[in-house]
Write a protein that binds this ligand. Structure first.
Ligand code: PLP
Length: 412
């Protein structure tokens, strides 16, 4: 069965909300997606039937603990990990990255080097700069080409050496939409003995994530970008996590994953995150080839979602390129569509991005403008002083009609 957009849309209650009779068009997805029905059901169910803290000798605590365990397993299936204990939950990706960077920093000393990039969201830059400051590390920067919007592997080779201990790199850019070749980056980093920390916040909502295939060491993402609640998660190799010192309070467990899950977690957030995975499974089963395992059902869902979003993105980019004065800052060629997420940043000659966002906002079309914390990208493109870029982020529930409405609005 092909991707059934009407069925998918019917799973999102917020899509039918109107404002003074006007429908809402959610193109603000890279900043946060709408949540699926199963997310709301799971969260309501948590609060209604098992709301309590963990480790108690009574039914709600047992149910809550089982839910927490199940969500770790579901997240392992989402990122292709085999060990649920390698999944660590936290408030958001930024908090988790700051948290684990403290533990990693403890193993490094003056003279060691790290690599950060000009394409990353600041959540995968500042934590490492702070770690470098604390431990006297040398920071090297991996640049991207403002012409190709990609990293150049020769530049990567030039910043790696035997002193490199870590590279922090984005899987997909939250500004240009570029999907990076993490496998090659990881191989090159491992050749010099460096660890690889991948920010998958913008990749995981659109494609199958597979930490085994990537061979990276850490990977972080956020459920609120893949149709779930505000909740962050980090995957790390067991032996690495166990080899680091987790910053924790003494009574907290010394065992994974709880040794890194500081304080009381958002159990309702985990319940909602499980609902987001179940939503993906529903797509995989009802419209795709499904599968016996949760992982197979997730992969089957992303096969369909990626194809659908690619078609929509091609329509959007084609339309944008036909509007006088519009420049798309990212990959646009048909053969490059597989190397980008459907997040499209643009400028329009003679118009401030904020002005365009307000115009679209007036038509109830929601888009972001500015730098969205991708300050290195916007600086590199020379657009910081002119208000950054307008960003249109497509997701699994957007339609061709919505894309056309945006194009008409921008054209007029
Ligand atoms: C690529 C990327 N990385 C990291 C983050 C930060 O995620 P969180 O809000 O979960 O800290 C974002 C948020 O927009 C992002 O787009």
């Amino acid at each position: 069965m092909p991707y059934d957009i009407l069925s998918v849309r019917s799973e999102f209650p917020s899509l039918s909300v109107t404002d003074s009779g006007k429908r809402r068009v959610y193109f603000d997805n890279p900043g946060g997606t709408q949540v699926a029905k199963r997310v709301i059901t799971r969260m309501t169910d948590y609060f209604t039937t098992m709301n309590t803290n963990g480790g108690g000798a009574f039914i709600t605590s047992r149910l809550s603990d089982a839910l927490v365990d199940e969500t770790h397993a579901a997240l392992a299936d989402l990122v292709g990990a085999t060990d649920p204990d390698e999944i660590i939950f936290g408030q958001n990706m930024t908090t988790l990255t700051l948290h684990v960077s403290r533990s990693i920093g403890n193993t490094l000393s003056k003279g060691d080097e790290i690599v950060v990039t000009r394409m990353d969201h600041d959540a995968n830059i500042s934590p490492w700069l702070l770690m470098a400051q604390d431990h006297g590390l040398t920071v090297r920067w991996l640049d991207f080409s403002p012409d190709t919007y990609r990293y150049d592997m020769e530049s990567l080779a030039s910043v790696l050496n035997s002193k490199t201990k870590l590279i922090a790199v984005n899987y997909a850019s939250n500004a240009t939409g570029t999907v990076n070749d993490i496998k090659t980056i990881t191989r090159m980093a491992h050749e010099v003995g460096a660890l690889v920390f991948v920010d998958s916040v913008q990749f995981t909502p659109h494609f199958t994530t597979d930490v085994v295939d990537l061979d990276c060491d850490f990977l972080a993402c956020s459920a609120y970008k893949f149709y779930g609640p505000h909740q962050g998660m980090l995957w790390g190799r067991r032996h690495l996590l166990e080899g680091l010192k987790p910053y924790k309070v003494r009574p907290a467990s010394n065992a994974l994953p709880h040794s890194y899950e500081t304080g009381t977690q958002s159990h309702e957030g985990m319940a909602g995150t499980l609902g987001a995975i179940e939503h993906l499974e529903w797509i995989g089963t009802s419209m795709g080839s499904g599968g016996l395992s949760r992982r197979a059902r997730i992969v089957s869902a992303f096969d369909l979602i990626a194809k659908y979003e690619q078609k929509l993105c091609t329509r959007l980019i084609g339309g944008l390129q036909s509007i006088p004065g519009v420049v798309v800052h990212g990959l646009t060629a048909a053969e490059d569509m597989k190397d980008r997420v459907p997040t499209v940043a643009l400028t329009k000659k003679g118009h401030h991005p904020r002005q365009l966002a307000e115009l679209l906002g007036g038509a109830n079309i929601f888009v972001w403008d500015g730098h969205y914390y991708a300050i290195e990208v916007v600086n590199r493109l020379g657009l910081m002083d002119s208000g950054g870029m307008l960003r249109i982020g497509l997701g699994q529930y957007n339609t061709e009609e919505e894309v056309d409405a945006l194009l008409n609005c921008l054209d007029s």
